[in-house]
Design a binder for this molecule. Structure first.
Ligand SMILES: NC(=O)c1ccc[n+]([C@@H]2O[C@H](COP(=O)([O-])OP(=O)(O)OC[C@H]3O[C@@H](n4cnc5c(N)ncnc54)[C@H](OP(=O)(O)O)[C@@H]3O)[C@@H](O)[C@H]2O)c1
Length: 356
């Protein structure tokens, strides 16, 4: 990378280990799905990344499939133009969906993992990414091929770590066992959807993985694409995500007029009251802080269509310490969706330290 114009200042941003690795990631990071390179192009991309970086966010997430590769192009361009030091940055990208549709342009074959990584690096204008994610599982490719290919990418120096996204616990277990058997590096994290209205997989299905392998999560859609900001309580505002991507979100839009969606809006309204009256914050801050508070969350990837949203969302940092056990109980009472505990069949349950 050329001239360094800005030194990174974490500005009080807390950092956590990414799963069992030595990599430290900021509690809030920034991603580019639908926004950077999609609905946001040119200088506004720079404005969003700059404001994030200036407030302690040095981790940026993209994917080969975001805006058919344009997200990587825009992110790479902006990072270069802003003159950030590469070692100050954590850049993550994801492979699976590809930028083209040929039989070998998608998925997790060795061919696509190797060629896809090279193409992502070229679009980003970087020599390496910090973490490369398998964006989805590929049931048509043997797990040994996938594990070996990601290890090859790491050995080549094109990525430091590999991780999964929206894999089932069973698939992640298989990857671990294959890696272990072959003496290879296993995935360190899972990039999963986790928010107040989507809990079963991150909180229950993955629970054994946190214990056994210490995997971390890089959480996506912590605001449920904006639903948890309250912006959809009274219809669909112009230029909001559900308006600009109405086709992609057609099922969500339909459900907002049905019992299931209306029940979610009611919860958002009740959470808003709790946030404003008892915590002096917005429901947006409460929703982000709630995911960040989870001990298995390594980083919450923020999404933003404007710099002001980044500024607003990082205020959630101040709310994390306000989430006392009493407040968390009140949130549970509103959400009424806590996944049931893993059965113990009559044996006394253990705490996280293995004590009865
Ligand atoms: N691995 C995966 O499969 C996967 C899937 C999805 C996302 N991700 C990653 O996770 C990142 C975040 O996901 P996401 O974008 O869905 O997160 P999100 O936080 O649930 O939604 C972000 C969107 O909500 C709206 N918003 C954000 N802050 C707001 C605020 N303070 N006030 C009002 N509206 C606000 C904005 O949309 P509008 O202004 O347009 O309404 C923004 O683009 C992505 O960029 C990507 O890196 C990964």
């Amino acid at each position: 990378m050329s001239t360094v114009k800005y030194e990174f200042d974490p500005k009080g941003m807390p950092f956590r280990r990414l799963g069992p690795s030595g990599l430290r990631v900021p509690v809030f990071s920034l991603g580019g799905w639908l926004t950077l390179g999609g609905t946001v192009v040119g200088d506004p991309v720079k404005d969003i990344i700059k404001v994030a970086y200036e407030h302690g966010i040095n981790m940026f997430d993209t994917a080969e499939g975001y805006a058919k590769g344009h997200s990587e192009v825009e992110m790479g361009r902006v990072i270069k133009e802003l003159g950030y030091r590469r070692t100050d940055l954590i850049i993550t990208t994801k492979l699976f969906f590809g930028t083209r549709t040929g039989p070998n342009d998608t998925g997790l074959s060795r061919k696509h993992i190797v060629e896809g990584t090279q193409a992502s690096l070229e679009r980003l204008g970087l020599d390496y990414v910090d973490v490369i994610f398998a964006h989805r599982p590929d049931y048509s490719t043997p797990m040994e091929e996938i594990v070996r290919a990601f290890n090859y990418v790491i050995d080549k120096g094109w990525a430091f770590y590999w991780a999964t996204s929206e894999w089932s616990a069973r698939d992640i277990e298989e990857a671990y066992h294959v890696a272990d058997k072959l003496g290879l590096v296993a995935p360190i994290a899972e990039q999963c959807q986790h928010h107040m209205l989507h809990r079963e997989r991150p909180e229950k299905e993955y629970a054994p993985l946190y214990k056994k392998y210490a995997i971390g999560t890089t959480v996506w859609s912590a605001l449920a694409s904006g639903l948890l900001t309250g912006k959809y309580n009274n219809g669909i505002p112009e230029n909001s995500r559900f308006a600009t991507h109405s086709d992609f979100f057609k099922d969500t839009l339909k459900s907002l007029n049905e019992e299931e969606g209306l029940a979610k809006i009611t919860k958002v309204q009740e959470l808003t009251r709790l946030a404003e009256e008892e915590l002096g914050c917005s429901v947006t801050h409460l929703a982000l802080a709630w995911v960040a508070k989870n001990p298995n969350t390594s980083t919450v990837i923020l999404g933003a269509s404007k710099p002001e949203q980044v500024l607003d969302n990082i205020k959630a940092l101040d709310v994390i310490p306000k989430l006392t056990p009493e407040v968390l109980d009140k949130i549970e009472a509103i959400l009424d969706n806590k996944p049931s505990p893993i059965p113990t069949f009559g044996r006394p349950a253990l705490d996280p330290h293995g004590r009865a």
